[in-house]
Design a protein around this ligand. Structure first.
Ligand code: ADP
Ligand code: MG
Length: 317
């Protein structure tokens, strides 16, 4: 362990501030959260594992900390929720330097502050191999208003926020041995959870179904289709592809279709719903429509083709 468990917790505690809705945070057996009348709690948990989600030689500790919390915040965004508190379970190898943990916590807590989220607890243990972090994020929505994956109807239009493929195309460059400047590849090294967009869509009752693109457009759209018992067709030309690097270049379509960890929002809306082309400063693009039946189909230059969700495999290339 880089430092005794007790002093590590004391240090984390000194840096985490107690915010609205958190009656008691770090220091007791449980945190106490206040859920306002008329609201429901949202709870999500996500692993960040060394060698699966990051590599120490490619990702600065601040980046790992930020991306760890983004995974949870993005899930809250995908329900149209307001994040409230986070819980962090860490397993750290004995040999790990304290400096790494400090920088990891700095990256995580900076993002928590940006969204007014309190780190309200966690667990700390020694890991036999590699760094393991599990983030739990608790949020809320008004009762019955969380946007589910299951609400898409035939005829609904399909939309996506921002641009796709930037994160996985960056990972591809890292795999090819390229040294990258993190600032030229923000979607990978500095992802932004689309909380404001999700909240806006929910409060205006616009999205019939929603998911975040953590596993890739195809796989995540397939999740909406499975839960909603519908099919989808998307148009290759319409998919907003990320531009990465300097000079910036647009990523290949395969990254936009199948690459994960962009943490954009993918949602559907009834066709008579007016959806703005910008929400909270984020570009919104219509990419296709929901149909009856099952499966996914891509309309491209050579006509229609069946799309198979390949599933985002992280570091298994
Ligand atoms: P317990 O034995 O009840 O699990 P711990 O000694 O593990 O208590 O934790 C003491 C307090 O510190 C608890 O409030 C717990 O939520 C918090 N805590 C432990 N590890 C972390 C961590 N990695 N991040 C944030 N809070 C933590
Ligand atoms: Mg404990």
């Amino acid at each position: 362990m880089p430092r005794s468990e007790k002093s590590l917790i004391a240090q984390i505690r000194s840096r985490s501030s107690v915010g609205r809705g958190v009656v008691a945070g770090i220091g007791d057996d449980c945190a106490i959260l206040r859920i306002l009348p008329g609201r429901e709690a949202l709870v999500t948990t996500d692993f960040t594992l060394e060698g699966v989600h990051f590599r120490r030689e490619w990702h600065a500790p601040e980046v790992v900390g930020r991306r760890c919390l983004v995974r949870g915040l993005s899930d809250i965004a995908a329900m149209g929720g307001d994040p409230l508190a986070a819980f962090l379970s860490l397993a750290l190898p004995r040999k790990l330097r304290q400096r790494w943990v400090d920088r990891f916590m700095a990256g995580l807590l900076r993002l928590a502050d940006e969204w007014n989220v309190t780190l309200a607890g966690g667990d700390t243990a020694e890991s036999p191999a590699g760094i393991l972090a599990d983030i739990v994020v608790v949020g809320s929505t008004p009762k019955g208003k969380a946007v589910r994956r299951s609400g898409a109807k035939p005829g609904d239009r399909i939309y996506v926020t921002g641009e796709l493929g930037g994160s996985s195309a960056t990972l591809d460059l890292l795999f090819s041995g390229r040294k990258l400047r993190a600032t030229d590849y923000p979607r990978h090294f500095r992802p932004i959870p689309r909380i404001e967009v999700g909240r806006w869509l929910r409060s205006h009752d616009i999205a019939s179904a929603m998911i975040d693109t953590s596993d890739g457009l195809c796989t995540d759209l397939a999740h909406i289709c499975e839960e909603s018992i519908v099919s989808a067709e998307i148009s290759a030309d319409a998919i907003p592809r990320a531009s990465i690097g300097r000079p910036a270049r647009e990523v290949n379509l395969k990254f936009a279709l199948h690459g994960g960890e962009d943490y954009e929002l993918l949602f559907t809306a009834a066709k008579d719903r007016r959806v703005p082309n910008k929400i909270a400063g984020v570009r919104i693009t219509e990419i296709g429509q929901i149909r009856r039946g099952r499966g996914l189909c891509l309309i491209g230059k050579n006509g229609r083709a069946t799309l198979k969700p390949q599933g985002w495999q992280h570091f298994h290339h």
